[in-house]
Every structure is written in C-alpha cells, then in structure tokens.
Design a protein around this ligand. Structure first.
Ligand SMILES: [Zn+2]
Length: 272
C-alpha cells in the first residue's frame, strides 16, 4: 500500500515536471506572444510620446540579432552544462512541486538583482552594461538591447547559484521565461491605468519603476535594480524616490547613443 502511495506521488511529481519542461519548450512562443502584444499595445496606448528617429530601433534589434545567433551556440549549452554539473543532488522532495519552482524563481531573481547592481557598480562590468543605458527612449525592444559580452558573462556567473543550490534545468528555463516577459513589460511604453499600475508595482517591477532606472540622472540610473519582484529595491535600500513622468529624459547623463558598431566596441575602447 505504502509503495503504491509512493508511486502515485512520483507520478504526480513527474506530471508537474513534464508540465514545466513543456513550458520551457514553448519559451520562445510565450516570449514571442508577449513581445507582439506589448509591441502593438504600446503603439495603441503609449505612456510617453515616441521619438520620430528610427536609429535606436536598429541598434536594439541589431544587438538582439547577435545574441539570437550566439545564444543557441554558447549560452544555451552553457546553462545546460551547469545544470548537469550541480554540486549536489536535491532529494526528490526539493526537486518537484509548484512551491519549490516558485522558490527557485525567487532565488534566481534575487541573484539577478545583485548581478544588476554589480553591472552598475563594478567599472569593468559597467563598460558593458552602459550600452543598455545609452538607449534614449524605452519600449519593448529595449529589453533586448544588451551587449553579447554582458549576456554571456551573466549566463556564466548564473551557474554559481544553479550549481550551489542544485537548481533543476527546467526551473532555470521557467525562470528565464518569466524573466524575459517581465523585462519586456517593464521596459515597454505601454500606458496602464494609474491605480492598476500602482497596485501591481507593489508586487512586480512595472514600467513606472524601471523607467526611473533609465532616467538620465545618475542617481536614478544607479537605483531600481530589480527585475521581477519589486521588493528587492526597498529591502536593500536602492529604490529611487523619483516618479516616472511622460517627459522625463531617458538615457545617460550627458552621453549620446552611438552607432551599432561603436556600441559593440565600446567596452573595449579606452574611453567607454
Ligand atoms: Zn541597469
């Protein structure tokens, strides 16, 4: 009787695991659908007036193109390698189940918060991350404006919590799916009802929080680092007191955006 019960529990856990695996498999589909919805939404209901220039769109999509090409070749195998070289093996009770999955997503989100702080505060890392902040306006495409070096180093460093906490590969993929959808959302120029956004921002990072991170005032640039959950900034004293306004200047204080090739070379140039 006892072994039958154990068999049922294992079957249930495997069903949950397969569901998460399937969710991981459809990551590009989920991400693509959210991208399309936000891209259309921010054109129908814009929070801030869109600039007429098209160059930033070329820069964002150009940098994204490099990541898209190199991701299946480098980043995905790197994550899979990490997931197959964990420092210990979790007991079954810590491997399956919705609560474990949610806990792993929260832990990876906390890691990402501190990594984002490091990308701002470590001069060598800022050389790469500033390219994301050169964008002089924000919309859904800004979520993909990252230097390939930053994307690769982030994926490499993320192997540390994955290996230490023995996070299952499927949980990492589930985190990535939630992460990319949230990052597209908080960069978007989508106008939301003020009351709704205020309530939502108590739980997750909304455009009202993240746009302040892109405000062309250095003390705001070095604030509001959270990605998914909004609690990390108040908890670690990095929340800016500034509020987003439709006309606030986006970008970096007294630095202009650069052509695509210059953006790629910026981290390696004498003067970033
Ligand atoms: Zn940043």
């Amino acid at each position: 009787m006892g072994s039958q019960k154990a068999g049922e529990i294992r079957f249930l856990m495997q069903a949950i695991e397969s569901f998460v695996t399937a969710a991981g498999g459809v990551k590009p589909l989920v991400g693509g659908a959210v991208f399309a919805l936000l891209f259309i939404g921010e054109r129908l209901a814009a929070a801030a007036p869109r600039p007429k220039t098209k160059h930033r769109m070329i820069h964002n999509l150009g940098l994204w193109g490099i990541v898209l090409v190199l991701s299946p070749l480098i980043i995905a195998p790197l994550t899979a390698f990490g997931a197959n070289h964990l420092l210990w093996e979790r007991p079954e009770t810590l491997r399956f189940g919705a609560l474990i999955l949610i806990a792993d997503i929260i832990l990876l989100d906390l890691w990402t918060y501190w990594m984002h702080r490091a990308w701002h505060r470590v001069p060598l890392m800022w050389r790469f991350h500033q390219i994301h902040h050169f964008d002089e306006f924000l919309d859904t495409t800004s979520a993909f404006r990252f230097h390939i070096g930053e994307v690769m180093i982030s994926a490499l460093l993320r192997l540390i919590p994955i290996a230490l906490l023995a996070i299952p590969f499927t949980h990492v993929i589930a985190f990535e799916t939630v992460f990319i959808c949230t990052v597209m959302f908080h960069h978007s120029n989508l106008r939301l009802p003020a009351g709704f956004e205020r309530t939502l921002s108590r739980i997750m990072v909304t455009p009202s929080i993240h746009w302040v991170h892109h405000h062309a005032v250095m003390k705001d640039t070095h604030s509001n680092y959270a990605s998914i959950l909004s609690l990390w900034d108040p908890l670690f004293a990095s929340r800016s007191s500034a509020s987003r306004t439709p006309e606030m200047k986006i970008g970096l204080e007294s630095i202009e955006d650069k052509p695509l090739l210059r953006l790629i070379l910026t981290p390696f140039m004498r003067r970033g």
